[in-house]
Design a protein around this ligand. Sequence first.
Ligand code: NAP
Length: 284
Amino acid sequence: MQKFAIIGYPIKQTLSPVMHNTAFMFYGLPFTYEAKEISPDRLLAVLPELVKDGFAGFNVTIPYKEKVQPLLTTLSPEAQASGAVNMIHVRKEEWFGHNTDIAGVLKTLEPYSTQIDKNQVLVIGAGGAARAIVYVLTHNFTPARIIVAGRSVQKTKTLLSNFKAESQIRLDSIDFNPHSLNECIKISKVIINATPIGMFPNIDDSPLPPDAPLRKDHLLFDSIYHPLRTKFLNDGARAGALTLDGLTMFIYQGAEAFHVWTGLDMPIDKIRQTLTAHLNKSVK
Ligand code: NAP
């Protein structure tokens, strides 16, 4: 019997346990998956205790994608290059850090190269999800420019300098204020929310200013999957824009973790059906 968990703080609304337990049951595996809320001051002490207690892997969510790194003995190339770890696999004495958010972002954006290539992309947020998004934009697409709007100037600068070192694509930042966001929206084709603004239960919030100049040729991607239709996406859809929710990203980041832990393919259709039913139930 092996145990797995998602770790974060706070961690109330995650559907990772539903996803992985459904997949374990699908294959009849005697494995368990739970959500563990761990406070920041205890993170580095608690994880080794959990491993002693039989945990073999973790998904890592807000705010720990950078903070878990001192525990890791090996980083995957993607985790190394993106500077963020969202999955840990423990085998014998080795702690492997992976970034499976990258697979989720790639699966979501793959069909939209026409909108992304040669155009300007605005990424709102400068945390772990933003790092996976900028990784995919710089490794799998050729946008004319990527602009990151982060509320912490220092964190945003660090993210940009990490990626500038290995990419030819122009990378800039703007301040996280309504005027700068609106000016940037006017000249961008793609707008991506990589913040938790609008996530359940704060579903009336949006990372965009109320008078954001959204247009029908915009592509909006929200990394949030709960709710599926965020205010950010609804505002975009009202302006006629193409909108992508965070569910595909969520499923495929989970599928890659599941594959590393079990060697098996996640039953994608069954998982999508199960998660959609949960999400539809929780908005009623
Ligand atoms: P994170 O590492 O904590 O980063 C969050 C980013 O959002 C940081 O730049 C943070 O700024 C910023 N932010 C938070 N609250 C803000 C506010 N009120 N105003 C302005 N900026 C704010 O978290 P993460 O892992 O990147 O997650 C970000 C979002 O992506 C979450 O909604 C998460 O659910 C989603 N996500 C989805 C998937 C998926 O599979 N669909 C996977 C990963 C993440 P500071 O650094 O200044 O706090």
